[in-house]
Design a protein. Structure first.
Length: 281
């Protein structure tokens, strides 16, 4: 709410993103990025229900206007990332997919972020195969693809099989994106924080502290599921409990780095044998 382009009295409307809007939201975003020496800026986009959603046209025009505003104010070197946020059903529909690709074809952006509602770390094998197959259609645009809100082994599979060049998710949270609540009126209440989660890499699961303690109370559980990486948690489970997000980030980083070191043609096999198989055992 403290952003220079925010409306102090209301949320931004689609009209605010018009290049000719009185409040000049696009221009303010561009000038803010330049003044703060950003290398890239995320184009303002909405959750788009389908390829005929009027908000898609609003978003595409806003991305074009942002590029022009950046160039006009001296930010020619600043890149633009475009976030396409859509339901999984829209992604899987070949007609809608072609429409999205066509709409994005002439838009000046550098990286495409795919944020798919209903998809993430808990994807089934069938859902994962469908996601990878459909994302390949966006490669025709010739821009790098980032799988946004996708974590765990599902995220690694997306990268290993070449569907995306990058992943984005929270630290020990937001490994799955779901916009189903966005279209519903607020129910009131709220407040409080999310319960602390701990990554058990051997299970590819984020467990609550209570679940973690229950698991580790089982015979031999500490030996099998505690972090045995001296560069991550030298004191094993004690260090994991003390800094679960640090443990999470180090383990996820190691997984991605391991894939990055493997030649592209061998990444899928490396994923299946070295990352997926140990979890299945």
């Amino acid at each position: 709410k403290a952003a220079p382009w925010a409306n102090p009295n209301a949320v931004l409307s689609p009209d605010d993103l018009s290049p000719t809007a009185n409040r000049d939201v696009i221009g303010q975003i561009a000038r803010f990025a330049i003044e703060n020496r950003f290398h890239a800026v995320l184009a303002p986009t909405h959750f788009v229900q389908n390829s005929t959603d009027p908000l898609l046209a609003v978003d595409l025009r806003a991305a074009e206007a942002l590029r022009k505003a950046l160039d006009r104010h001296g930010g020619q070197a600043i890149g633009i990332d475009y976030s396409l946020t859509i339901p999984n059903a829209a992604l899987r529909d070949p007609v809608q997919r072609r429409a999205f690709v066509a709409g994005l074809g002439n838009i000046p952006y550098d990286n495409l972020w795919l944020r798919i509602s209903g998809f993430g770390a808990d994807a089934t094998a069938t859902g994962l195969r469908r996601y990878i197959a459909t994302v390949f259609d966006f490669h025709n645009l010739g821009r790098p693809v980032v799988a946004d809100g996708v974590g765990g082994l599902a995220g690694l599979a997306v990268v290993a099989f070449g569907a995306a060049g990058g992943l984005c998710h929270g630290a020990a949270e937001k490994e799955r994106f779901d916009a189903s609540s966005w279209t519903k009126p607020p129910t009131g209440g709220g407040g409080g924080g999310r319960e602390k989660r701990v990554l058990v890499e051997g299970l590819d699961r984020l467990l609550s502290v209570k679940q973690m303690d229950l698991l580790m109370a089982a015979p031999s559980a500490r030996r099998h599921f505690s972090c045995n990486d001296p560069n991550c948690c030298p004191r094993g489970l004690d260090d994991t409990r003390k800094n679960p997000k640090g443990h999470y980030l180090r383990q996820r980083q190691q997984q991605v780095e391991a894939l990055s070191r493997v030649p592209e043609l061998r990444r899928a096999q490396h994923y299946l044998e070295q990352q997926l198989a140990p979890v299945r055992q």
